[in-house]
Write a protein that binds this ligand. Structure first.
Ligand SMILES: NC(=O)c1ccc[n+]([C@@H]2O[C@H](COP(=O)([O-])OP(=O)(O)OC[C@H]3O[C@@H](n4cnc5c(N)ncnc54)[C@H](OP(=O)(O)O)[C@@H]3O)[C@@H](O)[C@H]2O)c1
Length: 250
């Protein structure tokens, strides 16, 4: 029970990696808060956690809004007395080559993936200071932080910037007991790793050739990495960018 009685926030906790991480923290004894824009998927995560005997709450918030993130963190502190761990995982994927990136897509990608992480950290850090410390894990991506993929420039720019922001913040707050790291997943088993029109079988065939490991990552594998970074086992790990990608950036 590595997170017994810890209060853990997972943004984007209604689906994919965020939902898997929320379940992982709950299994380790945490009180989990899942946040996102849509209530229904968040409530589904809460149901899954409660079915296993865990504790979880669903709170809607759009990470692109400072006011909504402030309200989210305020509500967590009010309900649970503070915040110990935050996984800033909410994100979107858009495509388009540099010469014709849709400007609304650009804004949505930067607002969610980069500004969303900045705003989340800003309000989380304030709560963690009150508590005397905490842990933040930001979710970047191998695309952008470590390699380039034609057609995904906005996403790459947002995720590379998340890695830079994380490492700067890690230096700024470690003396206050707030430990901040970033994780860079390669393709994992969620719809986000599928190309337009691709089936799961098509994706399996593509990654068999593309990735050294020959397959996408599982939810257990990415969750294990997130939980480790957030745990006391990683207590001396500060500003690290943990690449979890089946060897594809080697
Ligand atoms: N899957 C992969 O292969 C992969 C690889 C590298 C990195 N990643 C990163 O891992 C994270 C999770 O990806 P995933 O595959 O699990 O995707 P996903 O299932 O689409 O999850 C993204 C979550 O973010 C939430 N979200 C989006 N915009 C938001 C906003 N403005 N405010 C609050 N929540 C918002 C969504 O919920 P609502 O729509 O309800 O808000 C959704 O639950 C992302 O940051 C992604 O870039 C994924």
């Amino acid at each position: 029970m590595k997170f017994q009685d810890k209060v853990v926030l997972v943004t984007g906790g209604g689906s994919g990696i965020g939902q898997a991480a929320a379940l992982g923290f709950a299994r380790e004894g945490a009180t989990v808060v899942v946040a996102g824009r849509r209530r229904e998927p968040l409530e589904q995560t809460v149901k899954l956690i409660e079915a296993e005997g865990g504790r979880a709450t669903a709170l809607t918030a759009d990470v692109t809004s400072s006011a909504e993130v402030a309200r989210l963190i305020g509500e967590i502190v009010e309900r649970h007395g503070g915040l110990d761990v935050a996984v800033n995982n909410a994100g979107v994927l858009t495509s388009g080559q540099a010469g014709d990136i849709d400007e609304d897509d650009w804004a949505r990608t930067i607002d969610t993936n980069l500004t969303g992480v900045m705003l989340s950290m800003k309000h989380e850090i304030a709560a963690m200071r009150e508590r005397g410390g905490g842990v933040i894990v930001n979710v970047s991506s191998q695309i952008g932080a470590h390699k380039r993929l034609p057609g995904f420039g906005a996403y790459a720019a947002s995720k590379a910037a998340v890695a830079a922001l994380t490492r700067t913040a890690a230096l700024e707050y470690i003396r206050e007991g707030i430990r901040i790291n970033v994780i860079s997943p390669g393709p994992h088993d969620t719809p986000m790793s599928m190309r337009p029109g691709e089936t799961e079988a098509d994706r399996a065939e593509r990654v068999k050739h593309q990735l050294p490991i020959g397959r996408v990552g599982t939810m257990d594998e990415i969750t294990g990495a997130i939980l480790w970074l957030a745990s006391a086992d990683a207590g001396f790990t500060v500003g690290h960018d943990l690449v979890v990608d089946g060897g594809s950036t080697l």
